[in-house]
Design a protein around this ligand. Structure first.
Ligand SMILES: C[S@@+](CC[C@H](N)C(=O)[O-])C[C@H]1O[C@@H](n2cnc3c(N)ncnc32)[C@H](O)[C@@H]1O
Length: 261
């Protein structure tokens, strides 16, 4: 009886220790295969400026117009505020921007608020009535496929009715059918955050490489080794990193590729 009680006590202690620390524990087992870099290695605008001997602050190039979404406002599929700030800072120096996956339009709105006045932002996404035509391909992860359904719920966006909406063109189309040949070497900034299944990530990435201009940069969202819904994103990026210089940005789930490195 005492033995049984001790065993139960040990198991419950392990569970109690595991639950609040599961992200850290998972990190020990699932290592990133991609070279991790600090933010100042992404672009010189992220180098901090000395204010005093113990205080370094952001350059003015990275001061952005932003907003926060309250945790009570249950919006699905968003970037973290840090990730959004990184992408948005780069949008300030980007004339042509493309996004795979609009969802609520959080990132699209930030791009429009901060990019130069004559910038154009194209975001491709699905609306609820198109979801039944989406097919799971062989090798696609089940959870990622299910998430496409969970995230395809909007057809109006956070930027709808705003004074920057005219900078944005939303294309309601399956990205698998999108013809990227109309935009050869065109975009300065591409954000891949659409369907997270292997077939869709591969499709969106291959099209992005063709649409990126010579100084352009591609970002992928959700590079999280060990996270079930990100399994295909991680698998695809690990695979292509053998032939392409892809970097993982520290403290984010963002990976990036730059044409001019
Ligand atoms: C993770 S959310 C995007 C979040 C958004 N980028 C943001 O930062 O707020 C994924 C979006 O991708 C769209 N999507 C999924 N599969 C797609 C496909 N095959 N073609 C186009 N859009 C797709 C979904 O409808 C959803 O709007």
């Amino acid at each position: 009886m005492i033995k049984l009680l001790i065993i139960i006590l040990i198991i419950s202690n392990i569970i109690l220790l595991y639950l609040p620390n599961r992200k850290k524990i998972k990190k020990l087992f699932y290592k990133s295969e991609i070279n991790e870099v600090d933010i100042y290695q992404l672009h010189e605008i992220f180098k901090t400026e000395k204010i005093s001997s113990n205080l370094w602050g952001p350059k003015k190039e990275t001061i952005i117009k932003s907003f926060c979404i309250s945790p009570n406002n249950l919006i699905t599929g968003m970037t973290s505020n840090y990730e959004a700030w990184v992408l948005t800072s780069l949008s300030k120096i980007s004339k042509n921007i493309f996004e795979f996956g609009t969802c609520s339009g959080k990132t699209t709105y930030l791009f429009a608020l901060n990019s130069p006045e004559n910038s154009k932002i194209i975001s491709i996404t699905l609306k609820p009535e198109q979801i039944n035509k989406i097919i799971k391909k062989k090798g696609d992860n089940k959870i990622s496929f299910r998430n496409i359904f969970n995230e395809t719920i909007y057809e109006k966006f956070l930027f709808s009715g705003s004074n920057v909406e005219n900078k944005i063109k939303v294309i309601f189309q399956n990205s698998m059918e999108f013809d990227e040949k109309q935009y050869p070497n065109h975009f300065d900034l591409i954000f891949i955050d659409g369907g997270h299944t292997y077939s869709v990530v591969k499709n969106d990435s291959e099209k992005s490489f063709r649409m990126l201009n010579s100084n352009g940069i591609i970002f992928w969202h959700d590079y999280v080794p060990g996270k079930k819904s990100a399994k295909d994103v991680v698998k695809y990026i690990n695979e292509i990193s053998k032939n392409k210089k892809i970097f993982h940005l520290k403290n984010t789930s963002l990976c990036f590729y730059k044409n001019n490195i």
